[in-house]
Structures are given as C-alpha cells and as structure tokens.
Design a protein around this ligand. Structure first.
Ligand code: TMP
Length: 242
C-alpha cells in the first residue's frame, strides 16, 4: 500500500485504508487468525488472499440477488475496494445447526438441525468480550432504531436462504455465520465486513458417513490442522461453481 493511502482502522483480520474517492475504502485481508477474542493467535500464509477471493465471489453473488453490500471490486488478490460505511457495533449470528457457543451455553446437543434459523446478536466490543445482547438492551443503548434492527434481521434471513442453497450446490453445509452491517453516507444499510470461512461454519457434505469435517476456522479454533487446505478447497469449489 503506498503512503497516500492512510490506515484508517486495523482489526484482527483486516486493515482498512483510505481511498482517493472519499466514499470508498481499501480493505486489506491479513494472514492473521485469532480465536476466543484473540486469546489464541496464529499466522497462516495465504489466508488473507483466500478470504479476500472467497468474500469477493460471495459478495458478487449476493449483489446479483439484490442484497445491498459494501463490496465494489477486487483490487488484487488480498485487497478489495468497498463503499465506506459506519459499522453498526453488532455481530449478527445466524445458526442453522446447533454448534459452538450455542452448545456451550445451553444443553442443546451439537449437530441438531434447528427447526428454524436462530438469530443471536452480540455487541461488537472486544473489551466486553462481545456479549450476547437483547433487543431491549439495543434500544436502551440507542445503537439503532428497532425498524433498522428488524430490517437487518430480515436481510440476514434472506442472505441465509441464498447462501444455504449456494453452499449446498458445492457440497457444503452452512452451519452458522456472523454478519456485520453499516450505514453509507446516505444512511442506506449495507452488508459489510467479510463472508469467508473465518466467519462461517462450513461442513463438507462429500463424506460417506456422518463425521463432521469442518472446512472453516474451527480447524484453528479446535486445533484440527489443515486450515489453508480447507480454505483452498472452498475457494476451488466456489470458482468451479461460479
Ligand atoms: P459461535 O458458535 O462461537 O458463537 O460462532 C457462531 C458463528 O459466528 C461461527 O460461524 C463463527 C462466527 N464468529 C465470528 O465470525 N466472530 C466471532 O467473534 C465469533 C465468536 C463467532
């Protein structure tokens, strides 16, 4: 990145730089991986590139299905150009199958297919450890109007409907995922952040028996190994399909 592009923000997996056009930003995907609010850290050479390529393809697919997103174009293998948005400090998690924190915090068994998608909303605040939050608390904190919150929830359900089918086509089960949304300068709500194996659980459907084979960041979270191989396989299947 040349120095006329100022670093605006650095997160755990991405850096955001200014763009000559003030309404845009440049997003650079890093090779760093974190889990459990960065208690666990590692670097995987090539992860940034894979997540950038996978996210770009998925954003393009969603845009074609009329989902408003911040994505504009791929700049190179590990950077994309996106519309500048003000991120709403909420992490919207949608679950199709019980796994991860849902099973740690309840007595629901891992692997149970949920009757309808479950939406869990977390406050995006590392110092507070991203706590699970309620609609009433969101209203109390004045984070956004309930009308906008309902719009985001509705959009998340639509995205799930589209992506579940998309991944099924490439023999992947979309177990759960996390989305972030933001406002552009005209106050439109856009899907932001990334959609990659870092923030989606994806299980391989090419298995003969019921064994769970995770092709996502659980490979790092649960010390399974083979993270780059898994992400490369997802990228390969997406490119074969699109
Ligand atoms: P969880 O089961 O740990 O709550 O995760 C649910 C989904 O959200 C899973 O696909 C991973 C994703 N996720 C993130 O993208 N960022 C996070 O900080 C957390 C906790 C989960």
């Amino acid at each position: 990145m040349n120095n006329k592009h100022e670093l605006i923000y650095e997160g755990k997996a991405k850096k955001i730089f200014s763009h000559d056009d003030e309404s845009k930003v440049i997003i650079e995907f890093k090779d760093d991986a974190t889990a459990f609010n960065a208690l666990k850290k590692a670097k995987f050479e090539g992860k940034g590139k894979l997540n950038c390529l996978i996210s770009s393809k998925i954003f393009e697919y969603l845009i074609n299905k009329n989902i408003p997103t911040h994505f504009l174009e791929l700049r190179n293998e590990n950077t994309m150009i996106a519309k500048k948005i003000n991120i709403i400090p909420l992490e919207i998690v949608l679950r199709n199958i019980a796994y991860g924190s849902l099973c740690k915090q309840t007595n629901i068994k891992p692997g149970i297919v949920l009757e309808k998608p479950l939406i869990d909303i977390y406050l995006k605040n590392d110092e507070l450890n991203d706590p699970l939050i309620t609609k009433d608390r969101i209203e109390l904190m004045n984070l956004l109007s309930l009308k906008d919150l309902d719009y985001i929830i509705d959009l998340t359900l639509k995205i799930n409907f589209i992506l579940k089918r998309f991944f099924k086509n490439i023999k992947l089960e979309l177990v759960d995922f996390k989305l972030e949304f933001g406002y552009d300068s005209k106050n439109n709500i856009l899907l932001g952040d990334e959609i990659s194996p870092d923030n989606c659980r994806l299980w391989d459907l090419n298995q003969k028996n019921d064994t769970i084979v995770s092709l996502d960041k659980d490979r790092f979270r649960n010390d399974l190994g083979g993270l780059i191989e898994a992400y490369s396989e997802i990228n390969r299947r997406i490119n074969e399909f699109i």
